[in-house]
Write a protein that binds this ligand. Structure first.
Ligand code: FAD
Length: 317
C-alpha cells in the first residue's frame, strides 16, 4: 500500500523507522533482528537507505595508488523484498541520483515494480566522500526533481526507450526529503522551499524531514511550506542522540542546531551511557509534543539500534 494511503487510513500518529543495509559481507539476520523488536508498534512502512559507491586508494606493488570504487552497503532492493516477505509491511527503498545513469535507475525501478514495492523516496544523494561536491553520473539525474520526472514518466508508462510499446505504467508513490533547518547547499530557506515545492508539483506525494532536535524548527517549516502552497503530509524524522561525538558531528554533517537546553543537559554527561540517557529522554519529549500536535507519522532514524527506539516508542505509543 502507498505511504499516503497508510496516512489517510490512520486513526492517529503512525510509527515508522529507517534502516541501513548491513555492511557488505553480513547476512540479512542483522536486519531482521533490528526490526523484530519494533514490530509491536505496527510500522506500516519501513524505509531502507541507499548508499552510493565510495573510492578507496589501494597501494599497488609498484608503489602507485590505485583508485578503487566500492559499495560498502549494497542490497537495498533485496532487503526491501526480504522485509516485505518476512514482516508483511511495506518497504520504502531510497532511490538516489548519485552514481546511477538513468538506465540503471530505470532497471532498479522495474525490479521494484515487479517485487510489488509501491513506494520510493526520491533523493539526489550526497557527494562521494572524497570528492566534496555532488557530481551527477554521465546520463544520470542531477537533482531529485530530475529523478521525480523519471519516476512520474514511468508511472505514465513512459520509459527511456521510446520504442517500448503498450508499456505498463508503474504505480510508485513518491516521497522526498525536506529540511526544516535548510539543506546545507541552499543559499537560503526561501530557495530551498522553492525547490521543495517544485518536487511536490512534479509528483512527490509526501515529505520526510531531515532530523531536528528543536520542534519549533519543524513547526515553523510546516507553516512556511503551507504558506507556500505545499499541502502534502510532512513526516518528521527523529534521531536519538547517543554518543558524545555526535554532539559536534550531527550539526556539522546535517546542518542542524542543538537547542541550548539540550546541550546544557549533554554538557553534564560524563560518558556515552549518560549521553544516551539524555538523548533518549529528549527524543521521547520531542515525540510526545509532535504526536500531540497531530503529526501523521513519527519516523525514526533507527541506525539498527532497536533497543533505544523501542524505549522511545514504548513511552510514546
Ligand atoms: P535535492 O532536492 O535535489 O536538493 C539538493 C540541493 O539543490 C538543495 O540545496 C536544493 O535547494 C537545491 N535544488 C533542488 N532542486 C534544484 C534544482 N532543480 N535546481 C537548482 N537547485 C536545486 N542520501 C543517500 O545517499 N542515501 C539515502 O538513503 C538518503 N536518505 C535520506 C533520507 C532523508 C529523509 C533525508 C532528509 C536525506 C537523505 N539522504 C540520503 C541525504 C540526501 O541525499 C542529501 O541531503 C542530499 O544532499 C540532498 O538530497 P535531496 O533529495 O534533498 O536533493
Amino acid at each position: 500500500m502507498k505511504v499516503v494511503d497508510h496516512i489517510k487510513n490512520a486513526k492517529g500518529t503512525l510509527f515508522s523507522i529507517e534502516i541501513l543495509p548491513p555492511l557488505k559481507g553480513q547476512d540479512i539476520k542483522s536486519i531482521f533482528d533490528a526490526i523484530e523488536p519494533l514490530m509491536e508498534f505496527k510500522p506500516p512502512f519501513i524505509d531502507v537507505t541507499y548508499h552510493r559507491e565510495e573510492y578507496l586508494y589501494k597501494k599497488r606493488e609498484n608503489g602507485y595508488l590505485e583508485k578503487v570504487a566500492t559499495r560498502k552497503r549494497p542490497g537495498t532492493v533485496g532487503i526491501c523484498a526480504a522485509i516485505m516477505n518476512r514482516f508483511q509491511v511495506d518497504a520504502v527503498p531510497h532511490i538516489i541520483c548519485g552514481g546511477f545513469s538513468k538506465e540503471e535507475t530505470e532497471n532498479a525501478l522495474i525490479d521494484l515494480s515487479f517485487l510489488g514495492v509501491d513506494n520510493v523516496l526520491a533523493l539526489r544523494g550526497d557527494a562521494i566522500k572524497s570528492e566534496g561536491v555532488f557530481v551527477p553520473e554521465k546520463n544520470g539525474n542531477n537533482y531529485a526533481t530530475d529523478l521525480i520526472e523519471q519516476i512520474t514518466n514511468m508511472n505514465k508508462g513512459r520509459y527511456l526507450d521510446d520504442e517500448v510499446e503498450n508499456a505498463a505504467p508503474s504505480n510508485f508513490c513518491i516521497g522526498v526529503a525536506g529540511y526544516p533547518e535548510k539543506h546545507f547547499e541552499a543559499p537560503n530557506m526561501k530557495s530551498d522551499i522553492k525547490y521543495l515545492k517544485q518536487k511536490v508539483e512534479m509528483g512527490a506525494e509526501y515529505v520526510v524531514t531531515q532530523m531536528f532536535f528543536d520542534n519549533s524548527k519543524y513547526f515553523e517549516f510546516v507553516e512556511t511550506c503551507r504558506k507556500e502552497g505545499i499541502q502534502v503530509p510532512i513526516i518528521p524524522g527523529l534521531k536519538p542522540l547517543t554518543t558524545k561525538s555526535q554532539i559536534a558531528a550531527l550539526p556539522r554533517i546535517f546542518n542542524i542546531d542543538l537547542p541550548n537546553d539540550f546541550t546544557d543537559a549533554l554538557d553534564k554527561c560524563k560518558d556515552n551511557a549518560a549521553v544516551k540517557e539524555v538523548g533518549t529522554e529528549w527524543c521521547i519529549q520531542q515525540s510526545k509534543e509532535l504526536k500531540a500536535a497531530g503529526v501523521p507519522v513519527l519516523h525514526y532514524y533507527s541506525m539498527g539500534k532497536s533497543d533505544i527506539i523501542k524505549t522511545i516508542a514504548s513511552a510514546v505509543f
